[in-house]
Design a protein around this ligand. Structure first.
Ligand SMILES: Cc1cc2nc3c(=O)[nH]c(=O)nc-3n(C[C@H](O)[C@H](O)[C@H](O)COP(=O)(O)OP(=O)(O)OC[C@H]3O[C@@H](n4cnc5c(N)ncnc54)[C@H](O)[C@@H]3O)c2cc1C
Length: 417
């Protein structure tokens, strides 16, 4: 089979590896708009802090040559011609496919004026990160202003702070990572950020990046203008779907897929941050833009492109902060619980969100050793109310009783024991 993959991020390269493994005689072409070998965005910060390449180029720099994949870098897809089954590159070149996998990830979504001004950076690609960190290392940049207090803004703030930059974060919501963390867990993250020297200005609306020919400041609602040596927009991400206009692939926010990750064009599959796949718990389509989902989807999309009939089990909401100094894990949802169990002690903070006696979300800061057991109970939709408050006590998850309870059909009996 002749397969083309748009994107060599975690989803795209996993799809390529899967195709290669299961269809050794097929032809695989993987296209990337960027000039680098396939890389892992979560490793960008570590790469600049340590100079290490291994985790960044997580499949090896030579993965394409090693596996006989035709990898084309700086090959930007401008359109998909569904009728002729061709991908059209920006330079006019056309590449035929029998099956296409769209794994084009996401880009910055900055719904504020001036975000396109020269000098406004994002933290979405290795190319931009290389330029930004180059300016820091040259001594040109001593301070940075990050608009956006989500996951990517925090990751970048920690990296820049570790490189000696005076960092300020401006966030619309009054706590950091509001889409992922509840205010209580967020307070732990905020304390850690402030201890690292990051200034948090939260609950403020940034109206515009301003400047004439290049950014010179950020104007807040109310008129205050904040200035710094470098400006970053970290206001959210949007799936890379523009080139699909005019094709038979339907994209709302992300690409619409069925439970086989097949798009509305039967020859085209989608995987990773570009995809609105079903949430594993709610079944609702949603873009859960995290690495493990991208990898799992890349594999399932490739298997189905090869004609297997593999159901995608659904995307998970699961985030962890790596560089904060305090481990934090957040999973599931904090929306509409009917009960919240919370414990703050020497081991840290644990919050469990329950609905109808089942865990629908959990947040841990400090001691995160029970994260795996909460995730497992959540995904199994186990009725955990019989555990009572024991579920948030330190050591929960280590006891035999819980492991016994994980056996199918045992949860009630063990919890009551
Ligand atoms: C700084 C940072 C830190 C992160 N940290 C974490 C973390 O700790 N844990 C976690 O789980 N997730 C993390 N994420 C999210 C994670 O990196 C993404 O979910 C994951 O990379 C998605 O993989 P993907 O293959 O779908 O997309 P991407 O990795 O975005 O790759 C997209 C690919 O598509 C290519 N492409 C795009 N448009 C075109 C086009 N028109 N033509 C050709 N090629 C195109 C790009 O060049 C690229 O190769 C982080 C993300 C960032 C940016």
């Amino acid at each position: 089979m002749r397969a083309v993959i748009i994107g060599t991020g975690p989803a795209g390269i996993t799809a390529a590896l899967t195709l290669r493994q299961l269809d050794p005689s097929g032809a695989v072409t993987a296209l990337s708009a960027e000039p680098y070998p396939p890389y892992s965005p979560p490793a960008i910060a570590d790469h600049f802090l340590t100079g290490r390449d291994q985790t960044l180029y997580w499949q090896g720099r030579d993965v394409a040559q090693r596996l006989g994949i035709e990898e084309r870098r700086e090959a930007c897809v401008a359109a998909v011609d569904s009728c002729n089954r061709e991908v059209v590159l920006a330079d006019g070149d056309r590449i035929r496919y029998e099956r296409l996998i769209v794994a084009s990830g996401s880009r910055l979504h900055a719904p504020l004026t001036g975000a396109e001004l020269p000098g406004v950076y994002d933290f979405k690609s290795l190319r931009v990160a290389t330029e930004m960190i180059g300016r820091v290392r040259s001594g040109e940049v001593k301070s940075a202003l990050i608009v956006g207090n989500g996951f990517i803004g925090i990751e970048l703030a920690l990296l820049l702070a570790d490189l000696g930059v005076d960092v300020t974060i401006i966030g619309r919501r009054s706590w950091v990572m509001p889409r992922v963390l509840d205010p209580e867990t967020s307070a732990v993250a905020e304390a850690a950020l402030e201890a690292r020297g990051v200034t948090l200005r939260l609950g403020l609306e940034a109206e515009a990046f301003i400047g004439d020919g290049g950014v010179t400041g950020v104007r807040l609602a109310g008129g205050e203008v904040v200035t710094a040596g470098m400006y970053i927009a970290a206001t959210g991400v949007k799936p890379h779907v523009e080139f699909l206009g005019g094709s038979d692939v339907t994209a709302r926010w992300g690409v619409e897929v069925d439970d086989r990750l097949r798009t509305t064009d039967p020859n085209i599959f989608a995987a990773g941050d570009v995809t609105e796949a079903a949430d594993r718990l709610t079944g609702e389509p949603y873009v859960h833009a995290i690495f493990p989902n991208a990898v799992a989807q890349g594999r399932v999309a490739a298997l189905n492109a090869l004609g297997r009939d593999i159901r995608y089990e659904g995307a998970e909401a699961m985030n962890s902060l790596k560089h904060l100094g305090v481990p934090i894990v957040a999973m599931g949802s904090t929306d509409h619980p009917d009960e919240i169990l919370r414990r703050h002690d020497g081991a840290g903070l644990r919050s469990i969100y329950l609905r109808d006696g089942q865990i629908v979300g959990a947040q841990l800061a400090g001691d995160i050793s029970a994260a795996g057991i909460y995730r497992s109970l959540m995904l199994r939709r186990a009725k955990v109310r019989p555990f009572g408050k024991r579920i948030i006590e330190p050591g929960f998850g280590m006891s035999q009783i819980v492991w016994d309870a994980m056996q199918p059909g045992r949860i009630h009996a063990c919890a009551a024991a």
